[in-house]
Design a protein. Sequence first.
Length: 430
Amino acid sequence: MSRFVFKLPDLGEGTVEAEIVGWRVKPGDTVAEDDVVVEVMTEKAAVEVPAPVSGRVVSTSGEPGDMVPVGAELIVFETEAGAAAHGVPATLASAAPAAAAAPAAARGGNGHGASAALQAHVAVAAARGRVATSPAIRRRAHEAGIDLKQVAGSGPSGRIVSKDLDAFVARSAQGQPVPLRPAPRAVPAAKAPPRTAGATEEIKVIGLRRLIAQRMTEAKRNIPHFAYIEELDITELEGLRQHLNSKLERGAPGLTYLPFLALALVRVLKDFPQCNAHYDAERGVIVRHAAVHLGVATQTPDGLKVPVVHDAQDRSLWDLAAEMRRVSEAARTNKATREELSGSTITITSLGRLGGIASTPIINAPEVAIIGVNRAVERPVVFEGAIAIRRTMNLSSSFDHRFVDGYDAAAMIQALKECLEHPATIFIGS
């Protein structure tokens, strides 16, 4: 038997360290190659790190919440001599050419670090919304024209291992019915123990919650926020929304206000390019974007995420509505890819029915503007010289005052108000 020292691999995209979110193994456990041993959080995403070899866990380094630099010792395995001598198993080495986006070569080697093949393996495991399996199996399935989503996995958390693919191929060759991959079962939430008066509970701030706290703090500290709140009369918009929803098939998802806001925002930003921009602090440069990549602030069980509707300027009302639903659901169910969670140029946020009268949203850096939606309510207002019941809603928006002047911010919101109060104008012109 030999010992294999597994160091934190290079997870790509300039990652120099990662936070331990949770261990899946403990000393004394026996693991198989490809079993997930630890979940870590980088600045980009949560990553499940698989075991590079089969063996017994001798020791682990670090606790949840600890930051671990790339190349630092993560876990020590006791393995067969052959596996330790070669550093990584043959299945990983043979899969390396198939990983087109493998990160740069890892630090260390000769059984004391992660090879390029292992990094490719981890990079694949980090991708959201993909079937959990190894690069070697993924490559075999690709060459055989097999959709891995149809293969039932018997590994941890439904992970597909070699015998699963072999069995699928054998059944297919014999013309036998092939069982479909089972849908994940809902896990009931654990009930919190009863709390007595005066009791306290300490919760360590780690993972996504720590990352959210860090980014919010940096944005609030570094960006001089300028808030602008305006009231809208959306009575006509509500009439159009209800009319369009009445034409839908039974059970089809209806339109909310957000797709109308998104379409109006796309139109308005043509005249206010300074609001569809990033500030590159390292270079001291404002980068204005011709395309509108719309961030949609979404509350998830893990915290606030901002999935992105890319190229919103090329989408219709219905397409915007469908894509906003899709990326938001992907974020809530942890199926969003890194691309779907990055690249926004301006963000919209809504608390829905909890929207209140007004709010002061924090800018999603490096963006320079965020548009917030508050609750829509019916109330008496003066309309055309008389008291009337109208449907009203506030827009609560924030701008980076270093690069967006107060006049321009107000003018943009007024342009949005004009579009939303007279919704036919949203669809007129290019």
